[in-house]
Design a protein around this ligand. Structure first.
Ligand code: HEM
Length: 249
């Protein structure tokens, strides 16, 4: 570990890297985006794996929050990528070994990919239904694998909270405010009754991708947090301060 404490001109003993520069922090905007995205992801993973087994009213609210938080991740990730392209991140501490830098880079790339692909596959699950009012929608609702007696279109049938192809998807509002738009090219596949079967196959594919993605993202988060803890406590680098926790002095 090559951290030294040579910034005596300021008499503050600030840690500096090999070039003599103090360890940088991310910009305030990058820090806020990082923690907002992290909070939403942890929330989504925490309820995502369990919400299917909850009783209906709670399950529906959980899905609304899950969807809203997930779409927020997507929007914040776009903002974060734009910010990152415009603002150079602080350099890694000089003491980091090449394999650690490569691993961190690769893990960050995978995290960005997951922050886009998880919301998109989730959105695709709910979009994999015939557009309301189409002939396909009538066929989709007319031949459900579960009893839909007494249910109105747009109301989630029991056990179909996620809008599994057993009837129309529940009507969801993002943060209970804005009706969630569907991904039109996906729902258009079910416009005609003949498109319903392929759409149902697609629906199950999206559920599988979203589920596998959830486990992979969980693994990535564990790796990411383990790396940060190692740099902070074993290598004694000011890792937390880079992301706004505590000071680097
Ligand atoms: C960072 C964002 C997201 C994360 C980390 C996440 C994570 C998860 C996880 C872990 C599950 C459980 C998968 C399983 O049962 O194995 C799940 C389920 C689900 N998610 Fe997400 N999700 C995200 C965003 C979204 C978005 C934006 C939507 C919709 C617009 C969505 C819709 C769904 C649905 C419908 C299910 C239930 C799938 C089923 O039928 O089993 N998710 N999510």
């Amino acid at each position: 570990m090559t951290t030294s404490f040579i910034d005596n001109s300021l008499a503050t003993m600030r840690p500096v890297d090999a070039s003599g520069a103090p360890y940088g922090r991310y910009t305030r905007v990058a820090i806020v985006l990082h923690w907002a995205i992290a909070t939403c992801i942890v929330f989504n993973l925490s309820i995502g794996f369990f919400m299917e087994s909850w009783p209906l009213p709670i399950r529906f609210t959980a899905l609304m929050l899950h969807v809203s938080s997930g779409l927020t991740v997507l929007a914040l990730t776009v903002a974060r990528v734009v910010w990152r392209l415009l603002n150079e991140p602080p350099p890694y501490p000089a003491g980091m070994k090449p394999w650690e830098r490569h691993t961190a880079h690769f893990a960050h790339f995978l995290l960005y990919a997951a922050m886009v692909l998880m919301p998109v596959t989730g959105w695709a699950i709910l979009s994999a239904h015939a557009p309301p009012g189409s002939r396909g929608a009538a066929a989709e609702f007319a031949t459900p694998p579960v009893s839909l007696a007494g249910l109105k279109p747009g109301v989630a049938p029991p056990g179909a909270m996620s809008g599994r192809p057993s009837g129309p998807p529940p009507i969801l509002k993002v943060w209970n405010l804005v009706p969630m738009p569907m991904i039109a090219p996906i729902s258009a596949i079910g416009k005609e009754p003949g498109g319903i079967a392929p759409l149902h196959v697609l629906h199950e594919e999206f559920v599988a991708w979203h589920s596998v993605g959830g486990y992979l993202l969980l693994g990535l988060l564990v790796l990411h947090i383990a790396g940060a803890l190692k740099h902070q406590f074993i290598d004694r680098q000011s890792e937390f301060a880079r992301m706004g926790i505590g000071s680097d002095t």
